[in-house]
Design a protein around this ligand. Sequence first.
Ligand code: HEM
Length: 181
Amino acid sequence: MDRIFGFAGGDSGSWKVDSLRAVRGEPLTPVARLSVVEPGMAYPAGARWLLRGVMSNERYVTHEERSGLRAVQEGLGRPASVSGAMIPIRKNPAWWELAQDERRAIMEEQSKHIRTGLRYLPAISRRLYHSRDLGETFDFITWFEFAPADAEAFEELVAALRASEEWRYVERETDFRMSLG
Ligand code: HEM
């Protein structure tokens, strides 16, 4: 069964691209709109580029963290969440050389990714897609939805993560801000 989600940049799609910024590394070609292609659906004609990812099992969360997240997080597609962000990310070879326990320690004990992120729930809803094992140029596609009133909080969260130890391993990152309609 096809489990692959597509993210097609071009002139069509329900998300309007308001801004696009190459935070690190090569930028993606600017596009006007973004279309999320659910597994099994046809890709839109005329897309300038296409990113692909799958929803996968979690790698790093502890049982307690998972329970904490599930107690407060909300799903995508909330009517008030008309603002979105898509941030594809690639980490460097040094990250992938680390053992699982070392990556977990950098992500949480040193960088507090989960603990920090939790403070922004349920205002921000999120989904992580894995791309690395599909042979894509990015390792992850991260997706966020929120109400326009929470845009500033989202900015603060992104800034905190980018200043963390974990982000020293990020070698390519492009930040798309979008709105529905
Ligand atoms: C909204 C609050 C957030 C929460 C609660 C959160 C939580 C998490 C959790 C629990 C994981 C680990 C999943 C696992 O166990 O495999 C994760 C992974 C990840 N998150 Fe976040 N996150 C948030 C925001 C962000 C933001 C704003 C970004 C990007 C700027 C981001 C980028 C990533 C990436 C790239 C990964 C994969 C890391 C890896 O596997 O090496 N997250 N996040």
